[in-house]
Design a protein around this ligand. Structure first.
Ligand code: RB5
Length: 154
């Protein structure tokens, strides 16, 4: 099954984004680079918003892993905070393969957040591969993630 992977960054994640886009285009993936196109200073919330709206628009919630997002900034933190403001987005900052697998298997994360200033390119590629290859387990984990929406009601 061909996956669509949406990617965006700020200036702090631009170089790593380029590496990941190139890697994805060599495999059975449709990589859509939502910007930016260079390293000029920019604000990560705008790019997080752009990617999340595209992901939510696709009608995919990550359940089948067909459309997933990758957001990259200096640390991954700002991107995850901005992305998680969107109901239906479950963004996870991952710094190793184990958390990448668990983010998909147990949390059904639909956005992977990475920090270019935190991890090297080799590890980032491994994390991305683990994230994309791992299906959501459902069952009791579905019940739990459904409670995100319940508890976020005012
Ligand atoms: C930009 O300098 C940096 O603050 C940003 O990339 C990110 O790390 C924020 O969380």
């Amino acid at each position: 099954m061909s996956k669509t992977i949406l990617l965006a960054s700020d200036h702090g994640g631009f170089a790593l984004k380029s590496v990941l886009v190139q890697a994805l285009r060599k495999v059975d993936c449709q990589a859509e680079d939502l910007g930016p196109e260079g390293t000029a200073s920019c604000d990560y919330p705008a790019y997080a918003d752009k990617l999340c709206l595209r992901l939510l628009d696709s009608g995919e919630d990550g359940q089948n892993g067909k459309v997933l997002g990758i957001l990259i900034c200096g640390t991954g933190l700002g991107m995850s905070m901005a992305a998680n403001r969107h109901p239906g987005i479950r963004a996870a900052v991952c710094t190793n393969e184990f958390t990448a697998r668990m983010a998909r298997a147990h949390n059904n994360a639909n956005v992977l957040c990475l920090g270019e200033r935190v991890i090297g390119q080799g590890l980032a590629l491994e994390i991305m591969r683990a994230f994309l290859a791992t299906p959501f387990e459902g069952g009791r984990h579905l019940r739990r993630i459904e409670q995100f929406e319940t508890y976020s009601q005012p």
